[in-house]
Design a protein around this ligand. Structure first.
Ligand code: SF4
Ligand code: SF4
Length: 180
């Protein structure tokens, strides 16, 4: 009886060996862009003048429900591109270990400086590996998988719908000659 069971198990294993795969291989497939709404990891990006877009306003830090963002403002400095003074960021740390992917940090950013990525974060062996430093965040900008969800677009999506158009006024009834 036990021999029969062994052959039965062997048969199951052999059948499974040649079945098509239903799972995604990791980590070698980690940087492949995923579905349009897929969200994981983050990037800091540069603005249209090639400057670091983050102005160190700390709004993302304040809204993060997990308290995992630390922003160190760098003070106001003159922009070489526009000649105007603007805020800068000296340091930025995002600890991905406790991120709940709520995207609130992206939504509040007034400069569209922080974006989410459509890539699977590679598995890590230590908690420290999931801490995104400012350097790592700007490295992530180079990945071809930035999410379309900028702060501006996400806020626009939440704008109240315009009121329905008012019905056109009814035309006045025609009057015949001789009517009083
Ligand atoms: S997506 Fe993550 S980092 Fe951003 S606010 Fe939510 S918990 Fe914080
Ligand atoms: S990423 Fe955006 S919200 Fe956060 S500090 Fe920089 S500019 Fe402000």
């Amino acid at each position: 009886m036990s021999w029969l069971a062994t052959f039965d198990n062997l048969g199951v294993n052999l059948r499974n060996l040649f079945r098509p795969m239903n799972t995604e291989p990791l980590p070698w497939d980690a940087v492949r862009p995923r579905a349009e709404r897929y969200r994981a990891s983050f990037a800091l990006v540069h603005n249209e003048h090639g400057e670091e877009a983050c102005i160190g306003c700390k709004m993302c830090e304040k809204i993060c429900p997990s308290g995992i963002i630390t922003v160190v403002p760098g003070g106001r400095q003159e922009s070489p591109a526009t000649g105007k003074k603007r805020g800068t960021c000296k340091d930025f740390i995002l600890d991905l270990n406790a991120c709940i992917i709520c995207e609130l940090c992206v939504q509040v950013c007034p400069e569209d400086a922080i974006l989410m990525l459509r890539v699977q974060e590679p598995p890590a062996y230590q908690r420290e590996d999931l801490v995104l430093t400012m350097e790592k965040l700007y490295e992530n900008e180079k990945l071809d998988a930035l999410s379309w969800g900028t702060g501006t677009k996400l806020i626009e999506m939440q704008a109240p719908a315009p009121p329905p158009p008012k019905p056109a006024p009814k035309p006045a009834p025609e009057t015949k000659d001789g009517d009083a």
